[in-house]
Every structure is written in structure tokens, then in C-alpha cells.
Design a protein around this ligand. Structure first.
Ligand code: SF4
Length: 289
């Protein structure tokens, strides 16, 4: 049995940068370090940072001083203003530059006096923040139930799949001809999705590694299922089951943009160990016969 890891899998540029900033700040700061929400959607990394004294908070008005890191998803401009007003608080902004670009795109469409439509997940922190830049009458589109005005501006959550973006655009295009579209899907997302789909097509089964709360990891699992391959989404190597691999000749492994490389390596190693043990067992039985 062969194991193949997708060419581009795991930490993207924005996540790597945010996590590095968090570890560096924790190592040198004499004050308490906080992140506004979990720094990334990966429970193992968040737990490890906890060991370095980094605390996750949801409501910054509860703290008076310390260092607060804004994660790669960015924040609503109102929250940013509130943070700046807290004079005893040092704010480190780890918003991914591609997310900043999407925020600027939202503001640009708002300034054109268009109704801004964000294609993505309503509750996702990046989308909540984007709405703050997109203006009051902006809406989040994730099915066909939104009310579409005559002049619209359209952009996407950076981790949206290209397929979903195209589908939404076809629907919106049937409602109005006056559309200013800005494609804000990040390249790191696109290449991970392309590589994952290519690998899924060749593989007998797919293992997707990453936080269950990670939108881009869950999307990779969705894509593998769409290709029609048995797919297992695991957070750590401990969740792997030997029976999954009994008939597989090629196992594909991929990981979301918030999954550390070390975790992917551990998963690959465990698959090797599990399948090697199984092979030995079969050989032993054959010898006895
Ligand atoms: S997926 Fe793209 S936009 Fe999101 S953090 Fe990574 S590089 Fe930035």
C-alpha cells in the first residue's frame, strides 16, 4: 500500500505568520498574551500555545492590559476601534494580508454604493469582519434565499471553493446585470483544493487532517467526497482505524491550511505503522496455514 501526501497541504502563509507571531510574542512578552478567539482553527496548536501562557479571550473589554493578538481572520472595524481605545493594551495585528485585501475590496464596493454580497459562511469570523467593511445593507450569501438589489458588488470568503463561487455567481447573474465582481478567494485555498481533488481521483481513500472547526479543512473533505472517494476527517493520528485501510492500494493524505506539518507527518507515520502491523499479521496466518 502506498501513501501519498497532496503536493500543497497544511499551513498556508497567513496561518504560519499568525502562529509564528503568537509563539514569538509569548516567548518575549513580560505581560499576559491573549488571542482574540483561537489563533487558528486547530485545537492542538491552541492547546500548545496555552502551555506557553497564551490565553484565548472572546471579549477584550474584560481585560485592562497585556498583549492582544488579532488572528489571521481579521476583525470587524468597530472591534479594532475599541481595541485601539484601550490604552494599556498592546495590539498585534496578525490579519492575513489576503484577508486585508478582501476587506479593502468590500470597502471599495460599498463606496461604489452597491449592495455588497459576501459569498461564504455567515458565522465564520472572517465573514463577520468582512461585513463590517461591506456596509450596512451587505448580506451573506450561502444559499439562494437572499434579496438581491439592482446594483451589487460581489466577493467571497477567502477559503470558499471555486465551485461554490461559480454556482453563486450564476444565481446572482440571473437576478441583475449590474455586478461588480472581485474574486477574493485566496490562492493558497485554490491550490490546496486543486491538489486535493487530483489526489482524491487517483486514491482509493482519503484522509483529511485538521481541526473539525476549520472551514477550509472541512471543505477539502467535502471535495474528496464529491469525487466519490471514502473520506475520513481526523484531527490527530489517534483517530485512525486499521479497518479503513484494509482494501486500499493508494491512500491520499491532505490537510487544511490551519494544520501543522508535524501533525500531517504523525498521521502518515501512524498509517504506515498500522498497515505494516496488519501485513505482518496476515503473513503470520499464512505461515501457520
Ligand atoms: S487561507 Fe489564504 S487568506 Fe486565509 S490565512 Fe491562509 S493565506 Fe491567508
Amino acid at each position: 500500500m502506498k501513501i501519498e501526501v497532496a503536493r500543497r497541504a497544511g499551513f498556508c502563509f497567513g496561518v504560519k505568520r499568525a502562529v509564528k507571531l503568537a509563539y514569538e510574542t509569548a516567548a518575549r512578552s513580560k505581560q499576559t498574551v491573549y488571542t482574540l478567539g483561537p489563533i487558528i482553527h486547530n485545537p492542538q496548536v491552541v492547546k500548545d500555545l496555552e502551555g506557553w501562557g497564551v490565553k484565548v479571550i472572546e471579549n477584550p473589554s474584560r481585560i485592562k492590559d497585556g498583549v492582544l493578538i488579532i488572528r489571521s481572520h481579521g476583525v470587524h472595524p468597530r472591534v479594532l476601534q475599541q481595541l485601539k481605545a484601550q490604552k494599556m493594551l498592546t495590539v498585534i495585528d496578525a490579519t492575513c494580508p489576503f484577508v486585508t485585501k478582501a476587506q479593502n475590496a468590500a470597502a471599495c464596493l460599498r463606496d461604489e454604493k452597491r449592495q455588497v454580497i459576501i459569498i461564504g459562511e455567515k458565522e465564520h469570523p472572517e465573514v463577520t469582519a468582512l461585513k463590517g467593511y461591506a456596509g450596512r445593507d451587505s448580506v451573506v450569501f450561502n444559499n439562494n434565499s437572499v434579496k438581491v438589489g439592482p446594483r451589487i458588488g460581489v466577493l467571497a470568503q477567502t477559503t470558499l471553493s471555486t465551485d461554490d463561487f461559480v454556482k453563486a455567481l450564476m444565481y446572482l447573474g440571473s437576478k441583475t446585470n449590474d455586478i461588480h465582481l472581485i474574486n477574493t478567494i485566496c490562492r493558497a485555498t485554490q491550490v490546496r483544493q486543486q491538489d486535493t481533488m487530483q489526489l482524491a481521483k487517483r486514491s482509493d481513500l482519503m484522509i483529511v487532517v485538521g481541526g473539525r472547526n476549520s472551514a477550509n479543512t472541512s471543505r477539502l473533505a467535502e471535495l474528496c467526497r464529491k469525487v466519490g472517494k471514502p473520506t475520513y476527517h481526523v484531527e490527530t493520528e489517534d483517530e485512525l482505524k486499521a479497518r479503513w485501510f484494509s482494501k486500499a492500494r493508494l491512500v491520499g493524505v491532505t490537510a487544511g491550511a490551519s494544520t501543522p506539518d508535524a501533525l500531517v507527518r504523525k498521521v502518515v507515520k501512524r498509517i504506515r505503522d498500522i498497515t505494516a502491523k496488519k501485513k505482518k499479521k496476515v503473513l503470520k496466518v499464512q505461515k501457520v496455514q
